[in-house]
Design a protein around this ligand. Structure first.
Ligand SMILES: [Ca+2]
Ligand SMILES: [Ca+2]
Ligand SMILES: [Ca+2]
Ligand SMILES: [Ca+2]
Length: 414
């Protein structure tokens, strides 16, 4: 009997081990002249069924989009100072997305007007769009659409970075979380329960009732906001990094799925060095730190790039030259993860978005940071990745091309 049990465990061990086939990406540079590349979003802006990329750069006054597949650059709006965030959604249902935008951002609430508005496309979306401003809320920082009643795009969530009276470095003040209903564009408060810096939000149908919920990453950790008939209900999910304020809590949050379970992923603390995964055990979200090597972690996404029914994690960081990592589960439960560098050319990664950009049914990745906008083409792993350049290639790009990662795996640190 003892022998039979041992054999069974060996067998389980074999099934649990995953083949060491990295996800292979071919890197393409779409722009290398951005100023403070901060956020990239994907949406089909010209109704040709190809997802286009919208690039927001915090040190530029222009919001631009890149038209798939030739990646020609078009200006959406000019003269927007302190651009910080966009959210793309088809508000009027005509098949052309509108873009909510936040600008006049500053890390100091007393110096941030936090203007929020909606950009509408003209008949030809390659021409400049019109802007309707509808709110000013200091440090408006994260915009996302949320179908809180099931219908898209739903309401616009605005998460300011900090309260209007907060002062760095502690930002000790309540920070509001608000929403706007399209058409009315009147600010409604979801909650003022969070404190300190509220850096990241994620919108997802967390409780599976067909209506989207809002997850927040702040100095208080990870929280869930659910819209109910009686208003908004906050559920505290996890404390995040245990260090004292202002190194407490979390900076980014994402939800991923394994075959029979799900996990939370976070970057901790604010602009932090940690990638943490939370796995639900007996109703509690148990924290597993899977990497401690980031420098100013800022980008976080989850997606099933290799189609095995389990989400991978993408995390990017901005400091020390930057970097971009992909993590795959090494076991069924998400306790152990393997790390793969996607860009050894050191992209100062600020944000990424997942979309099938070349429509081959394999999810691709686009990332922005510093001067760069890049997309990473998910290719069958038998193909050797190389970096393709759209347009002229600078000397620095050529050097970077020589050092681009081909996708070797390493064990993620603790
Ligand atoms: Ca398109
Ligand atoms: Ca529209
Ligand atoms: Ca997968
Ligand atoms: Ca693809």
């Amino acid at each position: 009997m003892a022998i039979r049990i041992i054999s069974l465990f060996c067998l389980l061990g074999v099934f649990e081990a995953r083949p060491a086939a990295p996800v292979a990406f071919r890197a393409h540079v779409l722009a290398d002249d951005l100023k403070g590349g901060y956020q990239v979003a994907a949406a089909d802006l010209n109704r040709d069924a190809r997802p286009d990329l919208i690039a927001l750069s915090s040190a530029s006054r222009e919001l631009v989009w890149f038209e798939n597949p030739g990646w020609t650059r078009h200006v959406i709006a000019r003269d927007l100072r302190g651009l910080i965030n966009i959210a793309v959604g088809d508000v009027d249902g005509d098949g052309i997305p509108e873009i909510a935008v936040a600008w006049e951002f500053s890390m100091r609430p007393s110096q941030s007007q936090g203007r929020v508005g909606l950009l509408r496309a003209p008949a030809d979306p390659r021409q400049p769009w019109s802007l309707q401003e509808f709110d000013r809320l200091p440090t408006s920082h994260r915009l996302r659409w949320a179908a809180i009643e099931g219908k898209r795009p739903g309401v616009l969530i605005n998460a300011p970075l900090a309260g209007a009276v907060a002062e760095p470095p502690d930002y000790q003040a309540p920070v509001p979380l608000v929403l706007y209903r399209p058409g009315q564009w009147k600010r409604e408060t979801i909650s003022e329960e969070l404190q300190g810096v509220l850096h990241g939000i994620a919108v997802t149908d967390f409780d599976g009732d067909g209506r989207e919920d809002v997850l927040t990453a702040s100095f208080r950790g990870l929280d869930l906001f659910t819209h109910t008939g009686a208003g908004w209900r906050r559920t505290h999910l996890a404390d995040g990094n245990p260090d004292p304020w202002p190194k407490s809590g979390a900076s980014e949050v994402a939800v991923g799925r394994l075959r029979n379970s799900r996990f939370l992923a976070s970057i901790e603390p604010w602009h932090g060095n940690l990638v943490a995964v939370y796995l639900q055990e007996a109703g509690v979200w148990k924290r597993v730190v899977i990497d401690d090597s980031l420098a100013e972690g800022h980008a976080l996404e989850t997606a099933d790039f290799d189609g095995d029914g389990r989400d991978e994690i993408v995390a990017g960081f901005r400091a020390r030259g930057g970097g971009l990592y992909l993590y795959r589960t090494a076991d069924q439960r998400g306790q152990r993860w393997l790390r793969q560098s996607l860009d050894s050319g050191k992209m100062a990664t600020s944000s990424c978005v997942v979309a099938d950009l070349n429509r081959d049914r394999r999810l691709d990745l686009a990332c922005i940071g510093g001067s760069l906008l890049m997309w990473f083409e998910n290719v069958p792993s038998a193909q050797v990745p190389s970096r393709k350049r759209v347009g002229a290639q600078s000397e620095s790009q050529a050097r970077r091309q020589a050092s681009v990662a081909s996708g070797g795996f390493e064990q993620a640190g603790q």
